[in-house]
Design a protein around this ligand. Structure first.
Ligand code: NDP
Ligand code: 2IT
Length: 449
């Protein structure tokens, strides 16, 4: 039970899921060795098996009256410490393996927040790119017309992820409310005037920067003056850049799946506002940025290359991978180290492959793995759930302070746990063990169910 074979044999095609499980198994091996109870209770076998997987048909009609069929999923992974909680991803690459890896990571991430949330993830292989608002609405309504019977404010509370932002949460919520005949906090990431929380849109990016700042304090440094490579250009990336600016750092890049922008002199407030308009209102591509800022360069990236030139061709101090899984392989990790990067805070989920992680650790990079560094998003989702239950709204300063405190606490917990297991400075070991122990102890308390 403490090697990955039993998982790969059972589900041979789920390679992203294997990757996520293998990392946790590796980290928690000393814990299993010290606690025979975990082995006797078959805890590893239990924790890798989702409590429930829901798979459904999503038929919808496009603007040309053509019928399409997509596939919908919800992985209800683990409810030992609270209702299932985690985002929905709409992207053509979505499949069972990707959602199981995300749900598995979510279980331990949510445990680290110290809020009462279990783990889940869902979504569809639907591609929102190029779709009209009405097509998005019809798709979301069809998706929710099946999902609604499986979720609820005390059962399973979805939110956004890639391809699911404020617009989609609105359409999903409207359909849920109609079908359930109930106005309730069943989704997070809602707009402010109908139950959303201040700081939720900002939370993942802000949290990832707060985590980087905490890691830097261990070397008596701050983010002030640091040059930061950021990837992605969506929700997480944008608010990562915003918080970097607040703290006196200089973001110098961002990207999408077609290529990246490098802006040598830095992306300032005005440029970031323009990017936010370009992405969130015009729903354009990052290549269009150079039309307004010709001093920046746009570099198209061939996804088939064995490395990403954004991580190779530019010097920096910090990297904030905030696009998607496995965007940094071992070549990229080595290139980053060679270019002087010594802080990596993962806004995305599992953006670095295992060989890349080893390179960061061998080179003493301050490396914050996604399940710790990007936990700010789901933390403020948890705070949105609390506000919904109390039927009140906290002011911006209050939510931001709570977010900052949670990120500090996660950092401390990871550090202390790593120290305790002889792996000082290794946030991967710290995060995996701290999250794992909390969840599996709750499972044991609750019996074999
Ligand atoms: P968005 O949809 O807002 O943005 C996604 C960004 O990543 C886009 O720039 C997109 O480019 C790029 N991207 C997506 N897929 C790929 C791919 N296969 N190759 C290259 N680039 C890609 O999503 P978010 O910002 O919300 O999510 C980004 C990451 O952060 C994900 O890993 C997500 O799981 C994680 N995360 C998100 C949280 C949240 O609260 N939203 C919380 C914690 C983690 P393009 O437009 O070309 O597709
Ligand atoms: O990966 C993640 O933590 C998210 N997409 C956010 C989940 C949430 O429930 O806010």
């Amino acid at each position: 039970m403490d090697n990955i074979n039993f998982v790969t044999e059972r589900d041979p095609y789920e390679k992203e899921f294997h990757q996520a499980v293998a990392e946790v198994i590796e980290s928690v091996r000393p814990v299993l060795e010290q606690n025979p109870l975990y082995r006797n209770e078959r805890i590893m076998e239990r924790v890798v098996e989702p409590e429930r997987v829901i798979l459904f048909r999503i038929p919808w009609v496009d603007d040309q009256k053509q019928v399409h069929v997509n596939r919908g999923f919800r992985i209800e992974m683990n409810s030992a410490i609270g209702p299932y909680k985690g985002g929905l991803r709409f992207h053509p690459s979505v499949n069972l393996s990707i959602l199981k890896f995300l749900a598995f990571e979510q279980v331990f991430k949510n445990a680290l927040t110290s809020l009462p949330m279990g783990g889940g993830k869902g979504g569809s292989d639907f591609d929102p790119k190029g779709k009209s608002d009405m097509e998005i609405m019809r798709f979301c309504q069809s998706f929710m017309s099946e999902l609604f019977r499986h979720i609820g404010p005390n059962t399973d509370v979805p939110a956004g992820d890639i391809g699911v932002g404020g617009r989609e949460i609105g359409y999903l919520f409207g359909m849920y409310k109609k079908l359930a005949n109930e106005f309730t906090g069943v989704l997070t990431g809602k707009a402010l005037n109908w139950g959303g929380s201040l700081i939720r849109p900002e939370a993942t990016g802000y949290g990832s920067v707060y985590f980087a700042a905490e890691m830097l304090t261990t070397r008596n440094e701050t983010l002030e003056g640091k040059r930061c490579l950021v990837s992605g250009s969506g929700n997480v990336s944008q608010y990562t850049m915003e918080k970097l600016l607040h703290l006196g750092a200089t973001p110098i890049s961002f990207s999408d799946s077609s290529g990246y922008i490098y802006d040598e002199v830095g992306i300032d407030r005005e440029k970031l506002d323009h990017l936010m308009y370009l992405k969130n209102v015009q729903r354009g591509r990052v290549s269009e940025y150079v039309e307004n800022y010709p001093e920046a360069v746009y570099v198209p990236v061939d996804q088939e290359l064995d490395h990403n030139p954004m991580w190779k061709d530019h010097k920096g101090d910090c990297a904030f991978p905030s696009a998607t899984q496995n965007e940094i392989n071992e070549i990229d990790a080595q290139n980053l180290v060679t270019n002087g990067v010594y802080v990596v805070s993962e806004g995305a989920n599992m953006p670095t492959n295992p060989e890349g992680v080893d390179i960061f650790l061998e080179n003493k990079v301050l490396y914050g793995p996604g399940k710790a560094a990007n936990a700010g998003g789901v933390s403020v989702s948890g705070l949105e759930m609390s506000q919904n239950s109390m039927r009140l709204n906290w002011p911006r300063e209050e939510v931001d302070k709570r977010l900052k405190d949670i990120m500090k606490n996660i950092h401390k917990m990871c550090m202390e746990t790593a120290d305790q297991y002889g792996a000082s400075g290794n946030y991967v070991v710290g995060a995996n063990i701290a999250g794992f122990v909390k969840v599996v102890d709750a499972m044991i308390d609750q019996g074999v169910v």
